[in-house]
Design a protein around this ligand. Structure first.
Ligand code: PMV
Length: 319
């Protein structure tokens, strides 16, 4: 039976989360691992559209209203069939698998949506641009996050490191020639981005001068951080990540678990470490250019109680 699969990378915010909500720049990169994978094939009962979410052990046959986990996929199918005449509204099956833990800042929702759209485009031979893919993924992201900043769909659909500022075209960065390793530690605690963003907004309402100063200070790190990233000046980028973590701590979006993983990574010799994404749980990331230090850091994160770890690199441009 003919089938077509497609992968999509996860993403990591290296610098600038939270400040990006207030118009400052953020630096985000696609990761080689973990990934999401989607496969489209012909449905056995030619009349419906079926969705299979292997990691949730969930199947939806398209005949009844979708259960909550399948709702984004029902929307993906509807959006693809509505926008592209080559995609029929029924008679095919979408299966999705993801290694990306959800609700932890790695862009799991955007990655599974991007993988699903890409598999649909491959199966039905729909020509498309990365920009169109990014727009389609953004529409699905609204389901998860209300008004997402647009970082996840841009980095994941275009597969390139970016300097991102809300409302402005993303500035694409060159993938550096020299190698670096990112070690991601998951606290095991899911976070709800919209709630944390709302709490930060409430705190800012009580002390706008202090918060706006912190946002500006965070924003000032992203430009030099992007230059250090492109030039492969990893020690400098590590120091900038450490400074960004201090500022995130003063916004009160870190947590004891994140602090302890960040400390473990630094003690293992990482060049820098910080929480990534909304914080209060979710993931942190550490940077090194030394493969032995990368392995040591991963072991240190496990020993410090990380629920999952990923030793990974910045992803390649997939076009
Ligand atoms: O944890 P994530 O991947 O949802 O990242 C949130 C990043 C914020 O800056 C806190 C919010 C946003 O929309 O950019």
């Amino acid at each position: 039976m003919r089938c077509k699969s497609a992968d999509a990378a996860s993403k990591l915010i290296l610098l600038g989360e939270h400040a990006v909500v207030y118009g400052e720049a953020a630096l985000a990169v696609p990761l080689k691992q973990p990934k999401a994978r989607a496969t489209v094939s012909q449905a056995q009962h030619g009349r419906s559209v079926a969705v299979e979410l292997k990691d949730y052990n969930l199947r939806w046959d398209g005949a009844t209203p979708p259960p909550p986990e399948a709702e984004p996929f029902a929307r993906i199918i509807r959006a693809a069939a509505k926008r592209f005449t080559a995609v029929p509204a029924q008679g095919w099956k979408l299966a999705v698998r993801s290694q990306i833990p959800s609700g932890c800042g790695l862009g799991s929702g955007a990655a599974v949506a991007a993988a699903a759209f890409k598999a649909i485009f491959r199966y039905f031979r729909v020509p498309h641009t990365p920009q169109v893919l990014s727009e389609l993924v953004y529409e699905i992201e609204k389901l998860h996050h209300g008004t997402p900043s647009g970082i996840d769909n841009t980095v994941i659909a275009l597969g390139r490191p970016i300097l991102f500022r809300k409302g402005a075209p993303a500035q694409f960065l060159a993938t550096p020639q020299s190698r670096c390793f990112l070690i991601v530690g998951h606290t095991g605690r899911r976070h709800r981005t919209s709630e944390i963003v709302a709490e930060v907004a409430r705190a800012r309402g009580l002390d706008p001068v202090r918060y706006d100063t912190i946002f500006r200070d965070i924003g000032r790190l992203s430009g030099p951080g992007a230059k250090a990233f492109q030039a492969g000046r990893w020690s400098e980028l590590g120091r900038i990540m450490d400074r960004n973590q201090e500022l995130l701590e003063s916004l009160d979006v870190s947590s004891p678990e994140l602090d302890s993983l960040v400390a473990a990574a630094r003690n293992a010799g990482a060049l820098g470490a910080k929480l990534s994404g909304a914080g209060r749980g979710g993931c942190m990331a550490a940077l090194t250019d030394d493969p032995l230090c990368a392995k040591r850091t991963q072991r240190a994160l496990k020993a410090a109680g990380a629920a999952a770890t990923f030793l990974t690199e910045v992803g390649d441009h997939e076009g």
